[in-house]
Design a protein around this ligand. Structure first.
Ligand SMILES: [Cu+2]
Length: 152
C-alpha cells in the first residue's frame, strides 16, 4: 500500500514538471518605446527589454512596422574615440536572461519613417524571433532623456 502511494506521488511530480517546464523558449517584450524624431532625421529608434524565460536561446531576427520602410537591428560599436552604429543579422536573447535595447547600445533602427515620431503617439511594432514567436507591441513615443550625472 505504502509502495503504491509512493509511486503515485512520483508520477504526479513528473506530470507537474512536464507542465511547469515549457518545451520551447518563451520571449516577452517589455516597455518598448520609440524616440521622438529629431528634426531632419529620416530614421527613428526603438528601445526596450527582451526577456527569455525559456530554456533555449532565442534570436530576434526581424522587426517591422507600418510607419517605417524597414526596421534594422543595430548595435553601437566603439571605433577609436567614436561610437558608430552597425547593423546586426540577429540579436541573441540568452535562455533565462533579458537583453536591454537602450540609447548607446542595441536598438531597433526605423528606416525611412513615413512621418516624424511625435511624443505621446503610439505605433505598432512587430518583432519576429527565431523560435517562430511573432510579437506585436504598441510602443509609445517618448522624449530622449539622457542621464545627468552631477551637472555642476
Ligand atoms: Cu542605429
Amino acid at each position: 500500500m505504502r509502495r503504491i502511494l509512493h509511486i503515485t506521488i512520483i508520477s504526479l511530480c513528473i506530470a507537474l514538471l512536464a507542465v511547469v517546464s515549457p518545451a520551447f523558449a518563451e520571449v516577452e517584450v517589455e516597455s518598448l518605446w520609440l524616440r521622438e524624431s529629431i528634426p531632419g532625421q529620416p530614421n527613428g529608434a526603438g528601445f526596450g527589454t527582451l526577456r527569455n524565460s525559456g530554456e533555449e536561446d532565442v534570436l530576434l531576427v526581424a522587426a517591422s512596422s507600418s510607419i517605417a520602410g524597414d526596421i534594422q537591428i543595430h548595435q553601437h560599436v566603439r571605433e577609436g574615440e567614436q561610437m558608430r552604429m552597425e547593423q546586426m543579422d540577429a540579436l541573441v536573447v540568452p535562455a533565462g536572461e533579458s537583453v536591454s535595447l537602450r540609447p548607446g547600445g542595441y536598438h531597433l533602427m526605423l528606416m525611412e519613417l513615413i512621418g516624424p515620431l511625435v511624443i505621446d503617439e503610439q505605433h505598432e511594432i512587430i518583432l519576429i524571433f527565431s523560435n517562430g514567436n511573432e510579437i506585436t507591441v504598441t510602443a509609445p513615443v517618448k522624449a530622449l532623456v539622457t542621464n545627468h550625472h552631477g551637472g555642476h
